[in-house]
Design a protein around this ligand. Structure first.
Ligand code: NAP
Length: 254
């Protein structure tokens, strides 16, 4: 008897999450005997025991709050994961090694290209200092050679991590790409917005909100009202999932 290939998403609380429906639909359309599970883990200590529950496990996605801590449980990482210190995709190799990747980097590049079109990547302000912010910074460096970016944080720390109060019209004249890498405004807190001075945005600005639910956060609505060009996290979400599949599928016979 052949056993179906198994994949999963690990996180602490998964509720309504994108990946299981996305991958299970994809597997059905491909006619592939595979299943993708939402796996809630109270702690990462159980991670390496998962093959006991899922004996044909080939790959995992990782979400909140484990993207950073999971690196301690892996046998190796590629450059994106090492550079960002965060893993959202694990490849389980046939010999048993677990290798970490960060496909949020690829996902962000796809969304950024759609947002900027033919424009060169301008200096950027990245709201937040978590795993997604690190992936954005790495993508800016590697994808568009843009090293001029600053993080904007509720707890500023020096010239590279400024506070929301430090965002002035003068600064925004130079930093024309704004990336929201905070969860502020995400469902169900749809009435929330990062404390960013949106009234200073102009039609010269690009605003990329990594949030995909709702499709238009309060931040994106306000930015669009100011005439800025906007992108939500949907394209990034699809692209990071496709990049994860590209890693896993090499272990699935054609
Ligand atoms: P995280 O670690 O929970 O938070 C990121 C940062 O947001 C924190 O470091 C914090 O920075 C800031 N922050 C947290 N709460 C805040 C608040 N109430 N007000 C203002 N700032 C706040 O999240 P993450 O894993 O980096 O993800 C960030 C967002 O990106 C999430 O909404 C996630 O869903 C989204 N995301 C989307 C995709 C996609 O494919 N579209 C992929 C990855 C992530 P400071 O403490 O420095 O202010």
């Amino acid at each position: 008897m052949t056993m179906s290939y198994q994949f999963g998403l690990i996180g602490r609380k998964l509720g309504h999450t994108f990946s299981p429906a996305h991958f299970n639909t994809k597997f059905r359309q491909m006619g592939l005997d595979a299943e993708y599970h939402a796996i809630e883990l109270p702690s990462l200590d159980e991670l390496r025991d998962l093959p006991k529950r899922y004996p044909n496990l080939k790959g995992l996605n990782v979400t909140i709050p484990y993207k950073k801590d999971v690196v301690l449980y892996l046998d190796g990482m590629d450059e994106t994961a090492r550079a960002t210190g965060a893993v959202n995709t694990i490849e389980i190799r046939p010999a048993g090694d677990w290798i970490g990747y960060n496909t949020d980097v690829t996902g962000f590049q796809v969304g950024l290209k759609a947002l900027l079109g033919d424009e060169a990547c301008p200096p950027a302000l990245i709201l937040g200092t978590g795993g997604a912010a690190a992936a954005v910074a790495y993508a800016l460096r590697s994808f568009c050679s843009q090293r001029d970016y600053r993080f904007v944080s509720r707890t500023p720390a020096g010239p590279d991590v400024i506070g929301y109060d430090d965002v002035t019209a003068d600064l925004l004249a130079q930093y024309r790409l704004i990336v929201n890498a905070t969860p502020t405004g995400m469902f169900p807190d749809v009435d929330a917005m990062p404390p960013f001075p949106v009234h200073l945005l102009t039609p010269r600005h690009f605003v990329f909100d990594l949030i995909y639910n709702p499709a238009q956060t309060l931040l994106l609505q306000a930015a669009a009202t100011q005439g800025a060009r906007t992108e939500n996290g949907h394209r990034m979400l699809i692209a990071q999932a496709e990049a994860a599949w590209a890693i896993w599928q090499v272990h699935i016979p054609a």
